[in-house]
Write a protein that binds this ligand. Structure first.
Ligand SMILES: [Zn+2]
Length: 74
């Protein structure tokens, strides 16, 4: 897995573990010592220590991929 991911607000990531709702895509909404992200499927918000969040990332999606996956256009 990537070691140094430049996590930024607004980026969409795929995490290794699925949310109970079945979604595994998250949009980052806050970056600090902790990182907050919103599940793109159920819109629930979670907050994790940055280190743990980075460990859970499987894939970082570009904004373009994000838009096509979401299919709603924000
Ligand atoms: Zn969810």
């Amino acid at each position: 897995m990537p070691e140094c991911i430049p996590i930024k607000v607004g980026m969409t990531v795929q995490l290794r573990k699925k949310h109970p709702c079945g979604g595994d895509l998250w949009t980052v909404t806050y970056v600090g010592a902790d990182i907050a992200a919103v599940c793109m499927r159920c819109r629930r918000r979670v907050m994790l220590p940055r280190e743990e969040f980075e460990r859970r990332i499987r894939k970082v999606l570009s904004p373009d991929e994000d838009a096509s996956v979401r299919g709603k256009g924000q």
